[in-house]
Design a binder for this molecule. Structure first.
Ligand SMILES: Cc1cc2nc3c(=O)[nH]c(=O)nc-3n(C[C@H](O)[C@H](O)[C@H](O)COP(=O)(O)O)c2cc1C
Length: 323
């Protein structure tokens, strides 16, 4: 169990924010399997929220069953971030998180995401402005730095703590690295030694055993998991099992098939047309990774342009492997 301000995170395992992935249906599915103490929404543009852009505002609603939930905002203008953060607070989010780690060129161009690691004065002003208006906990997620020659995570961590952030998350790769190389867990350990607020460790947790190893190697307070839960949504429940009883079980193929069917039913109930087709293809790609015949199915799906046909093909695939 861990705390972020008054919010209890139990178990201390966190779903990472992933744009295009951690929408409400996916968060509800992860919650339904247990083991995840905090879910995070995909990041929200503070500028778009300020301008009232419908598509961005449409991402904000969440179900009570998802709580506790952190909503992550990004941007570079303190006034816009304050606007968006207040909106997030009004929506009833448990935690407001600020993105200072995104390496995407489009985000860096707007001086947001990891670009803030190159402008620590602005980063400080942002944390200060948000702390001044928010009554819910405030957290900041960042990388090691923008580039190898200038690692700024310790300095940024100290700034966040000094300005009253309630916790920080470190994904120990530079923005230039994107997702190449290995996450340097030693940096998580160094940050933990440096700060007294909780540190959430993130990066390259692929198995439940990795999650336990990240706790013991770094002393971090919580472990955040991203990509691995797309291939194995049970990873939170399994890591929680390892932490509490030193054991866990693998889902059966029936359970896997039922999970995918349920997720796709929810998506089909909430989306339509191209949006639905796109989401179904994204998740089918992840869920069938490594399964026998998965590659063949994914190849066939590129020819399908109707959501109903796609749902049928995926259902038939899982029925076959589960039989
Ligand atoms: C598809 C995708 C989208 C992501 N979107 C976000 C995001 O919106 N905000 C953020 O802070 N990090 C984002 N990330 C980074 C993850 O939160 C996490 O830091 C990273 O994937 C490393 O953790 P992992 O090795 O467990 O995946 C994204 C990662 C992926 C793969």
């Amino acid at each position: 169990m861990a705390q972020i301000g008054p919010v209890t995170i139990d178990p201390p395992l966190v779903l990472a924010p992933m744009a295009g992935i951690t929408d409400s249906p996916f968060r509800r599915m992860i919650r339904s399997l247990g083991g995840c103490g905090l879910v995070t929404m995909e990041f929200i543009s503070s500028e778009a929220v300020t301008r009232g852009v419908g598509k961005e505002l449409g991402k904000l609603p969440f179900d009570a069953s998802e709580r506790p939930i952190a909503i992550q905002v990004y941007g570079s203008r303190p006034a816009a971030l304050v606007d968006a953060a207040l909106k997030v607070q009004d929506m009833g989010a448990d935690i407001c998180d600020v993105n200072m780690g995104c390496p995407a060129r489009k985000i860096l161009k707007g001086s947001a995401g990891a670009a803030l690691m190159d402008d620590l004065d602005l980063a400080r002003r942002i944390v200060r402005a948000l702390r001044a208006v928010l009554s819910i906990p405030l957290t900041v997620k960042f990388r090691s730095g923008l580039r190898d020659s200038e690692l700024r995570y310790l300095e940024l961590g100290r700034i966040c703590e000094g300005e009253g952030a309630d916790a920080v998350t470190l994904h120990p790769r530079t923005a230039v690295q994107q997702y190449t190389g290995r996450a340097d867990w030693d940096q998580i350990a160094r940050l933990k030694e440096e700060l007294s607020i909780p540190v959430i460790g993130n990066g390259d947790v692929v198995t439940p055993e990795d999650a336990v190893r990240m706790f013991s190697q770094t002393g971090c307070d919580m472990v955040m998991i991203g990509r691995a839960c797309l291939k194995n949504p049970w990873i939170f429940a399994q890591a929680a099992g390892l932490l509490s009883t030193a054991s866990y079980s693998e889902p059966t193929l029936h359970q896997r098939a039922a999970f995918v069917r349920r997720h796709f039913e929810i998506l089909a109930g909430e989306l339509e047309g191209k949006d639905l087709l796109h989401k179904l293809k994204v998740f089918t790609g992840k869920y069938t990774h490594g399964l026998p015949g998965g590659r063949d199915l994914r190849r066939r799906l590129t020819q399908i342009h109707d959501p109903r046909q796609l749902l049928d093909a995926v259902e038939a695939f899982f029925d076959e492997i589960a039989s």
